[in-house]
Design a protein around this ligand. Sequence first.
Ligand code: COA
Length: 224
Amino acid sequence: MSQSVTLTELGPADFRPAIGQFVAVYAAATNPPERMLAGRGSILERHAAHPGFRALAAVAPGDGKDGSTAEIAGFTYGFHGAYGQWWHDMVAGALAAIPASRGAMVATDWLDDSFEVAELHVLPAYQGAGIGRSLLLRLLSGRPERTALLSTRDAESKARRLYRGVGFTDLLTGFRFSGGEPPYAVMGATLPLHPEDQRPSDQRPDTAASSPPPSPPSSPRPSI
Ligand SMILES: CC(C)(COP(=O)(O)OP(=O)(O)OC[C@H]1O[C@@H](n2cnc3c(N)ncnc32)[C@H](O)[C@@H]1OP(=O)(O)O)[C@@H](O)C(=O)NCCC(=O)NCCS
């Protein structure tokens, strides 16, 4: 679909009334089993209360034909990661369990000043047109955190390719958040993302899942 979209930033107060529409985009983009849809709205509601919450909606204008109106073509959001948050604590435990010198210090460096990218979805009809990449880059631009973290299915998916293409690297692979779920990859990037990291992954040196995760800079990044 070639229709242009507008990216709109939403604070918690704007985000909450549109949660039903975001869940609909999530459902259309990922086609999740029913059990993963139930309660999704309340997860988004809870996340909107986290510190440093930022959300973006990609809004496509309707063309007026056949009564078509503006619609949300995609969305993303995230927040400042903190101990006591379920995802953060699960990842902290798994990173800290990496043996020897790759253990606690690496976990701390990645997690202590991090932004968690919680969701990024684009409606199928709008995929492949650069919307997902634009949403992600805008979400992470100007963030005060030192790192950004996310999890995605541990597969060679569009999402995985997008994340690698803007500089994310694998921190954990084959990670299961719970017994019944498929394996996930936890990925991290240092902020700000650098233009040279935004080349497609096949033009960058390979980052093998089995190699140690690179440490983020030890000094805090300058504030913007
Ligand atoms: C993953 C997703 C958000 C990407 O959004 P998008 O708008 O389709 O992606 P973009 O057009 O911005 O493309 C960005 C990158 O994604 C990858 N990508 C996009 N379409 C692709 C395709 N058909 N095949 C392989 N990679 C593809 C590429 O790396 C692309 O960069 P490139 O064009 O430089 O190669 C979107 O496809 C989606 O919602 N998928 C289903 C839900 C999902 O997986 N969400 C992420 C959960 S972690």
